[in-house]
Design a protein around this ligand. Structure first.
Ligand SMILES: [Mg+2]
Length: 357
């Protein structure tokens, strides 16, 4: 698994505080044409890997399943059922990931429907906005943080390139990393690098899996990946061995209940987007609307299912057999409320239950 990890950060700041502008943009981009008089009283959070995609391939009938969550009045792509993707993966901006998912799955997905392992870092921007922070991980970790509003962020590749001999193992490494091109860098980026030696790094954000070590420590590709969980243990072990004080850290990502509470807030706000033109007077409190059921559809019992169960009411967990879990019966240690073969079956179950009652 890959979860967002902020080394030495303390408690996150007021949950959900920065979400409103994104969601209000979303509400503009969604339906202009609903005519239903009832608002949905449920929302859905989809895990991505092993549920809707394997690599870049849709699985489990995911495109058909997702299409059922939209209105079919022409090509408006208007959302009918509030849903989000809730993944511990990451490394790319939510805006970019939303575009990719839209193309792969054939439906319009907004950036605010994509919650990645590092998405909660948005909420720490007030604290580190102008501080020097380093972004670690595969993909475009610095671009991710810049999009969140961090103004003084540098990727670990760029940062290490500013220091000679920072990596004692470099001479032994057979691979070559892409040389950073400074020709197209902005004056701000050049200033950052020129002044790097006189600035103190205030935080290191592990945005996604660290590229340089993880392959070797995990072996080829075992059934269950360890990713940042293993990296955190390694970091903590080493740090605590060589420092008098223990490493302070906060982890984000499923199965942390924080993630599910945040997902609930997002889904409640999405209700408004689903029925933009509905008589607002009747639905003045749509944004604070109580959703009586929230479905978590996942393939990993100890992450998706355990997380949803820990979060409790109104979460209902559905375990698919297309990813980590392949069992015939329910998982013995982290049983789901429902076990199905595919995500399509899961959505079918939800829609039958919710839309015919
Ligand atoms: Mg998964």
């Amino acid at each position: 698994m890959s979860i967002g990890l902020l080394a030495r950060a303390s408690q996150s700041q007021k949950n959900g505080k920065r979400l409103s502008p994104i969601l209000s943009a979303l509400s503009r981009s969604f339906s202009q044409s609903q005519s239903q008089s009832t608002l949905p009283s449920f929302g859905i959070a989809f895990d991505i890997d092993g549920v809707v995609l394997r690599g870049e391939t849709p699985i489990g009938g995911s495109p058909q399943a997702l299409r059922r969550l939209y209105h079919h009045d022409g090509d408006s792509g208007a959302l009918k059922i509030p849903y989000i993707f809730l993944t511990n993966g990451g490394g790319f901006r939510e805006s970019k990931r939303a575009l990719e998912l839209s193309e792969l799955l054939g439906v319009h997905i907004s950036p605010s429907q994509v919650v990645q392992g590092h998405s909660p870092f948005k909420q720490l921007v007030d604290r580190f906005e102008n501080e020097l922070v380093v972004a670690v991980g595969k993909g475009e970790p610095a671009a991710v943080m810049s999009e969140y509003g961090y103004k003084n962020v540098i990727s670990i590749d760029d940062y290490t390139s500013c220091f000679e001999n920072i990596d004692p193992l470099l001479p032994y490494k057979k691979w070559t990393t892409k040389q950073v091109s400074y020709q197209n860098s902005t004056s701000k980026e050049r200033d950052l690098r020129n002044n790097i030696h006189s600035q103190r790094v205030r935080a290191v954000f592990i945005v996604s899996d660290s590229v340089d070590w993880s392959r070797d420590i995990q072996g080829a590709f075992p059934a269950e990946r360890l990713g940042l969980g293993a990296f955190r243990i390694a970091l903590e072990s080493v740090f605590n061995k060589i420092h008098p004080h223990a490493l302070g850290y906060t982890t984000y990502g499923k199965p942390n209940p924080f993630v599910f509470n945040n997902a609930e807030t997002l889904l409640k706000q999405l209700v408004q987007s689903c029925h933009h033109n509905v008589n607002i007077a009747n639905h003045a409190n749509a944004g604070n609307r109580h959703l009586k059921t929230l479905y978590m559809i996942g393939d990993n019992p100890s992450v998706d299912i355990y997380g949803a169960r820990q979060a409790g009411h109104p979460w209902f967990s559905i375990l698919t057999r297309t990813g980590v879990f392949k069992g015939k019966d329910n998982h013995p240690e982290f049983p789901a409320d429902l076990v199905v073969d595919t995500v399509e079956e899961a959505v079918d179950y939800i829609l039958r239950k919710e839309c015919t009652s």
